[in-house]
Design a protein around this ligand. Structure first.
Ligand code: PRP
Ligand code: URA
Length: 210
């Protein structure tokens, strides 16, 4: 299922992110702001457990998260969203999955994986700005499910219909939170209109950096 944000501040910052002239520092800041807003939307369902808290005035009821939260940025570009999520959910633990897309076959290649224990009981958020063919996100979800994760959401800044369809086919249980559903993919598998190569734009590498 695709949840497309209608937040006006996300629409404003997505314009900054799409702009080919936005340099990496401004790109990172806009991605941080959008990620915080997406984090608020994607965590609205989290279960709470009540607890006691003492205010300066008296004892009253408080709330803590019922389940642990685990963030899993997909390297590299998912790193650009991680600090924003940690700002909103400071108690979250962070796993990492290293995947890159073979530019010829467009198939994901796994090169790293390290995640916290307790995936089974956790609310897990896969962070990756781009859902293009969907190969990387689907592979990340498969890796995490193999480790026992079963409450997973995907946070993708921009999604292509092809990637959304692959996720629906392979992981229909996973809700995808995105800022935009774009038109499609070009012949090289890039999202159009998209924003270029997210990793390059965050880190100032490659031909997509301003
Ligand atoms: C990008 C992006 C996703 C993937 C999306 O990573 O961050 O992980 O491509 O494409 P897909 O949906 O077709 O799999 P990339 O392979 O460029 O690696 P990088 O972040 O290390 O540059
Ligand atoms: N990866 C990116 O970073 N951008 C795209 O448009 C597609 C895959």
């Amino acid at each position: 299922m695709l949840s497309i944000s209608t937040h006006p501040l996300i629409a404003r910052d997505l314009t900054v992110l799409r702009n080919r002239h936005t340099p990496p520092d401004a790109f990172r800041r806009a991605l941080y702001r959008v990620s915080q807003l997406l984090a608020a939307e994607a965590t609205a369902h989290l279960e709470l457990r009540d607890c006691a808290v003492e205010s300066p005035m008296e004892k009253t009821e408080g709330w803590i998260l019922e389940h642990p939260v685990i963030l899993v940025p997909v390297l590299r570009a998912g790193l650009g969203m991680t600090d924003a999520f940690l700002e909103v959910i400071p108690e979250a633990h962070v796993g990492h999955i290293g995947l890159y897309r073979n530019e010829e076959t467009l198939q994901p290649v796994e090169y790293y994986a390290k995640y916290p224990e307790a995936l089974v009981d956790a609310d897990v958020y896969i962070l990756d700005p781009m859902l293009a063919t969907g190969g990387s996100a689907a592979a990340a979800a498969t890796i995490l499910k193999r480790q026992g994760a079963h409450r997973i959401r995907l946070i993708a800044l921009v999604a292509a219909p092809e990637g959304a369809a692959l996720m629906e086919q392979e992981h229909p249980d996973i809700i995808i939170h995105t800022a935009a559903l774009d038109r499609g993919l070009n012949e090289k598998g890039y999202i159009v209109p998209g924003l270029g190569d997210a990793g390059d734009r965050i880190f100032g590498t490659g031909s997509f950096s301003a």
